[in-house]
Design a protein around this ligand. Structure first.
Ligand SMILES: [Zn+2]
Length: 225
């Protein structure tokens, strides 16, 4: 079930107060139109009826794909609220089967990226590792932060993964990585961790991948301590 909430919102620009509906949880399987809206960057984006300014209200969102068995919580300040989800997903209140992937993200772009990764049948831990390989290999690690590099899509015909990389103020570049590299990084990581799902809600980000690759002793040259 997707869960709407009627709320009274104050416009951050003009201070006008208005009533609206915000989605606290999206079940992508039951309500694919909400998924579309999220992927198009429209879900929970409000327009003030008085001044016309467009903004994202302070809220959190739980995204649930029942078929592909993953849930993602979008929280802007995850360290403040790492306890139980405030929106208890219906029918899973008793706990999740181990095969569920449970992720926490702190930006909308990361939420959309995770959805793409899981929908394409990929492992986000491997994707984060590939980003590090690329950034260390090209010596861009110091100036491409983790909000400037994202998985975009898989080109089935060419067997390539496509990433968007933004350097500074430049327009983003598309970087293509052969699918064979994805498989070899998967094999390397599998030697360090069992590639089963990690139980519980976790953040899989650059820091996670740094830790993983250091532990494996395979962080590319040029890495920090
Ligand atoms: Zn306004």
């Amino acid at each position: 079930m997707s869960l709407p909430s009627k709320v009274s919102i104050i416009c951050p620009q003009c201070g006008n107060s208005f009533d609206t509906t915000i989605w606290l949880s999206v079940n992508a399987t039951a309500t694919p139109d909400l998924r579309e809206s999220l992927m198009a960057g429209k879900l929970n984006i409000l327009k003030c009826p008085a001044c016309g300014c467009i903004f994202e209200p302070d809220s959190e969102l739980v995204y649930h794909d029942v078929e592909r068995r993953f849930m993602i919580r979008y929280l802007e300040n995850p360290t403040d609220k790492l306890n139980a989800p405030s929106v208890e997903p219906d029918s899973y209140a008793g706990g999740f089967p181990d095969s569920y992937a449970l992720r926490i993200v702190d930006t909308r772009n990361k939420l959309v990226e995770k959805i793409k990764i899981f929908e394409d049948g990929l492992d986000d831990r491997v994707i984060e590792a590939i980003k590090l390989y690329y950034l260390y290999g090209t010596k861009k690690i110091g100036w491409v932060d983790e909000n400037s590099i994202f998985y975009l899509e898989t080109l089935k015909d060419d067997d390539e993964l496509v990433f968007l990389v933004r350097e500074g103020e430049l327009d983003p570049d598309k970087i293509k990585v052969p699918y064979a590299n994805y498989q070899s990084v998967t094999d390397e990581i599998a030697q360090v961790i069992r590639l089963a799902e990690i139980p519980g809600w976790v953040v899989i980000d650059r820091m996670f991948a740094e830790h993983l690759l250091r532990r494996a002793g395979i962080l590319p040259s040029g890495a920090g301590e």
